[in-house]
Design a protein around this ligand. Structure first.
Ligand code: GSH
Length: 227
């Protein structure tokens, strides 16, 4: 039995939920509420770094943290019809590269911009936020070039890199809009948003959008997914 410790609004949790839904892997989810000291303490016990999501596999009493490792674990021990990590070693390198790219160069700067908005009065980091916005613009330019001629992040097959791309781009494109001429990137985001596993994941996050610090900036079409 697999248990995924998550929060339904958390973008890194979406990455793993998409992977689970792609392969219809049975699991149960448990919400970690960081505003509840008991729930937060139990999670620190599970994974002292304190990040979500974390997977627990009760059949072997094993705790697996870190989204990319969780997805590799699922493919190794609970494989399904959709191979999120290809066999071919060259394509696998590309999947790992773009998975890292979306996590480190899109999700992380996006989180910097978002969390700055909820810092206490006077504790903001305008320089860091400006840097994060510039990093996002640079990442968008790279994706625009890389994605041309591809259906998914590394080619014709949906992989772990796409699981990482969607939550990163979903929230990043709200806080730092794509440039008007980034048509390849916009079309890629549209394709992602049509994917059933993604519509389900975003649909489940939808009731929590009011907690998103940039809720006021969310485009109507993103608000309506899964409704
Ligand atoms: N590298 C981690 C990142 C996970 C992450 O940043 N999760 C966020 C939620 S989207 C989190 O736990 N935030 C709570 C915190 O930082 O206190 C992974 O891939 O699992």
């Amino acid at each position: 039995m697999l248990t995924l410790y998550i929060h339904p609004l958390a973008s890194f949790c979406h990455k793993v939920l998409i992977a689970l839904y792609e392969n219809q892997t049975p699991f149960e989810s448990q919400v970690v509420d960081f505003s509840d000291p008991g729930s937060a303490a139990a999670h620190i016990e599970r994974w002292p770094v304190g990040k979500i999501p974390v997977l627990h596999d009760s059949t072997v009493d094993r705790t697996i943290p870190e989204t990319s490792v969780i997805i590799e674990y699922l493919q190794a021990y609970y494989p399904g019809p959709v191979k999120l990590l290809p066999d071919d070693s060259e394509t696998l390198l590309q999947v790992r590269l773009w998975d890292r790219f979306y996590d480190l160069y899109v999700s992380q700067p996006m989180q910097k911009v978002v969390t700055d908005r909820i810092r206490p009065e006077g504790a903001g980091d305008p320089h860091g936020v400006a840097e994060a916005r510039a990093n996002l613009d640079q990442a968008y330019r790279m994706i625009e070039t890389h994605i041309a001629g591809k259906t998914w992040a590394v080619g014709e097959n949906f992989t772990m890199a796409d699981c990482a791309a969607l939550p990163a781009l979903f929230f990043a494109s709200t806080v730092q809009p794509l440039a008007a001429d980034q048509l390849q990137l916009a079309a890629y985001l549209d394709r992602l948003l049509e994917r059933p596993s993604i519509r389900r994941t975003i649909g489940e996050a939808q009731p929590y959008f009011s907690m998103f610090p940039y809720r006021d900036a969310m485009p109507q079409r993103l608000l309506e997914i899964g409704l």
